[in-house]
Write a protein that binds this ligand. Structure first.
Ligand code: MN
Length: 194
């Protein structure tokens, strides 16, 4: 089973996270940030993972540490659960609409951390969620999963929809890139390691 369980405690957050890559879309997410829970839930659903997250963070400061640290823990969990990456598809490029909004996520499970994030025109808040934290989440994920991640919100009007289309694309791309293919023998790199 490609799964990983992580407990991570700092002075800012206390996180328990359990991930199965080959899941069914089941999730139980409690970060104390409603909109972020909504995004992690649909990421899990459309990525067909199983994910449990409990984060008790310093929300009296703001949401930054909680969102960033969940990104760190989730990235670490994917990296560990994938092991040596033998037989995986590695790449995926997925475009997903959400009503009037459209986003593309291109992912390479490369062993190298890189984020390109293009999402302009987001309103500052969705509910009480600080939308600048979307980029922080993906930076933390890419750094700790060690993946190359390009995120582009192509267009949209409603900020909730725009961010939702990003997370749905991300979940779907992560599902495809992590899938094993019978045609792929060994580690999918001409260098022999990822
Ligand atoms: Mn929604």
């Amino acid at each position: 089973m490609r799964s990983y369980e992580i407990s991570r405690t700092t002075t800012e957050t206390d996180i328990s996270l359990k991930l199965s890559i080959d899941g069914t879309g089941e999730s139980s997410i409690q970060t104390g940030i409603g909109f972020f829970d909504h995004m992690l839930t649909l990421l899990t659903k459309h990525g067909l993972f199983d994910l449990q997250v409990v984060c008790n963070g310093d929300l009296q400061v703001d949401q930054h540490h909680s969102v960033e640290d969940v990104g760190i823990a989730l990235g670490e969990a994917f990296r560990q659960a994938l092991g040596n990456k033998a037989g995986i598809t590695r790449y995926a490029s997925i475009t997903t609409p959400m009503d009037e909004a459209l986003s593309t996520v291109s992912l390479d499970i490369s062993g190298r951390a890189y984020l390109v994030y293009q999402a302009t025109g987001l309103k500052e808040k969705v509910g009480n969620f600080d939308t600048e934290l979307v980029e922080e989440f993906f930076q933390a994920f890419a750094s700790n999963a060690k993946v190359t991640l390009h995120i582009h919100n192509v267009y949209g009007k409603n900020t909730h929809h725009m961010i939702e289309s990003i997370f749905k694309s991300f979940g779907r791309a992560l599902d495809i890139a992590t899938q094993k293919s019978e045609r792929i023998k060994g580690i999918p790199s001409t260098k022999g390691s990822l």
